[in-house]
Ligand binder design. Structure first.
Ligand SMILES: Nc1ncnc2c1ncn2[C@@H]1O[C@H](COP(=O)(O)OP(=O)(O)OP(=O)(O)O)[C@@H](O)[C@H]1O
Ligand SMILES: [Mg+2]
Length: 475
């Protein structure tokens, strides 16, 4: 039932307000009632005191019931209270109530007894007759320590309770008004909160359903605004990843189709025609060659996938040792291809903090290309220069070079300049794409420094100084 935040918040706040108002009201009324009652009592006592002083004259002599009753009546009119005059034996000498009064009767009440003992008696009682609460005060009428009687005043508390209930009504109405106002305010203010959440929910739902083109506009700078911002970034990335994945799958399918078609054709030819064993061998060699290509391709693809799964395994290491290892592994290959291999590696390079496997992979890929695309008799050079911004590593060769129009594409997956030739050399066109992914991951740059078709090329990449595990020496 309370599944919406808005409803929950509204109910919670309203309950809270009602609770606070109720508690405040309770305390306030208690205080007000006490205050009004004690004010009324004080007032009655004061006027009662004056009455007692006045009546004293009448009680010195033989009490005259008619006179005392008319005095009581007089006071009663002025004080708006019933006035009863009592002698020391608790007998009523005068009553402001002419009909049905207590004249001549005995008033056996604790307040009266208290008054006749020289104290002030008071009580609050509910009168069944008038159906009202009545405040009663009895005061002694005394002279020089002699109690000559008592005066009893009873005043209705109706006005007090009337005032209190008027205040209560006002309080209730204002509470009601406050609740209504707060309710409207909460509904509107929570809309600011829940509307963007609603938008986010719908967008997330659509994203989950495959509608990747999601962007929500939320103006606020608060938590929700930030969440919306993050959502937009996430949606954009999902879209981009999806685009790349689709491209990737398309590229892979395309690349796999070529060797597979070749194999298929070879097999069909082998099956359909009688041929000499030497000829058969040629076809089988083609099949083997294409299969090998596919194996390389799949291996490279696995490598790319692994790179996306494995999180950084960074470590601190000396690049000098690593470069030495790479050079040692490359030299025999260069010799086999009758290529000269030069190196220019400073002996005091700063330690690096990154994955050694990643750096080796980039170096091996670039050197592999240089060796692969340089004909016998040429040379290949690996050079490292330390600059303020980081390390600059170059791989230069005197190979085939790259045509101008190929330069923007060579770092793309599966791109090969001379497809037929590259295929013959066994490449899949993924080497440079892997290098770029690695270097960009570390915030470096990779590219072709210079290249002339037929005259060789220089590839370079940088490792920013941020990867130096120790600060670079100041120059
Ligand atoms: N040193 C180089 N000299 C000339 N051409 C190069 C050189 N390096 C790369 N290329 C060209 O760029 C293309 C892409 O290189 P990349 O390393 O990505 O793929 P590959 O070497 O063909 O295959 P792989 O490295 O995946 O086995 C190559 O096919 C080649 O045409
Ligand atoms: Mg390569």
């Amino acid at each position: 039932m309370f599944k919406s935040i808005r409803l929950r918040m509204t109910i919670t706040f309203l309950l809270l307000i009602a609770l606070v108002m109720f508690a405040t009201g309770l305390v306030l009324f208690n205080m007000l009632e006490k205050y009004y009652l004690s004010a009324a009592e004080e007032n009655l006592k004061q006027t009662g005191g004056l009455t007692a002083e006045f009546i004293l004259t009448y009680l010195r002599e033989e009490p005259d019931a008619v006179l005392l009753s008319s005095v009581a009546e007089n006071f009663s009119r002025q004080l708006n209270a019933r006035v009863i005059i009592i002698d020391p034996q608790q007998t009523v000498l005068g009553d402001s109530l002419p009909v049905g009064g207590f004249l001549g009767a005995k008033m056996e009440r604790p307040e009266v007894r208290a008054a006749l003992e020289g104290k002030t008696g008071h009580s609050i009682q509910y009168s069944e007759v008038s159906e009202q609460w009545v405040l009663q005060v009895a005061l002694p009428v005394e002279e020089d320590g002699v109690i000559r009687g008592a005066v009893f005043l009873a005043s209705s508390l109706h006005p007090v309770y009337e005032t209190l209930s008027a205040i209560r009504r006002l309080f209730l109405w204002s509470t009601f008004g406050a609740l209504l106002f707060a309710g409207v305010l909460i509904v509107f203010s929570t809309r600011h909160l829940t509307d963007p959440i609603q938008k986010l929910t719908v967008a997330a739902q659509q994203l989950a359903e495959g509608q990747l083109d999601q962007h929500i506009t939320v103006q606020s700078q608060d938590e929700i605004g930030r969440l919306a911002g993050q959502f937009n970034i996430m949606a954009a990335r999902v879209k981009e990843m999806n685009r790349r994945l689709t491209r990737f799958v398309a590229d892979v399918s395309h690349e796999l189709r070529t060797p597979l078609s070749s194999i298929h054709i070879c097999l069909q030819t082998l099956q359909g025609y009688e041929m000499e064993p030497a000829e058969q061998k040629e076809f089988l060699e083609d099949i083997s060659h294409e299969t090998q290509r596919m194996i390389y391709l799949v291996e490279d693809l696995l490598e790319i996938t692994r790179r996306q799964e494995v999180t950084d395994k960074r470590e601190t290491f000396s690049p000098v040792d690593l470069l030495e290892e790479v050079v040692d592994a490359t030299r025999p290959r260069a010799e086999r291809k009758e290529l000269q291999f030069f190196t220019e590696i400073p002996a005091d390079l700063p330690d690096l903090y990154l994955s050694m496997t990643d750096l080796k992979r980039v170096l091996f890929n670039l050197l592999d290309n240089a060796l692969k695309y340089t004909p016998a008799g040429g040379w290949v050079k690996l050079a490292v220069v330390q600059e303020k911004e980081g390390l600059l590593i170059t791989v230069q060769d005197t190979g085939s070079g790259l045509p101008e129009e190929a330069l923007p594409h060579i770092f793309k997956r599966f791109y090969r300049v001379d497809k037929a030739h590259s295929r013959h050399l066994g490449g899949t066109g993924l080497g440079l794409a892997i290098c770029r992914e690695i270097i960009e991951h570390y915030g470096g740059e990779i590219g072709v420094l210079e290249s002339r078709e037929g005259a060789g090329s220089t590839f370079y990449f940088t490792l920013p100084a941020a990867l130096f595990s120790a600060p670079p020496p100041a120059d």
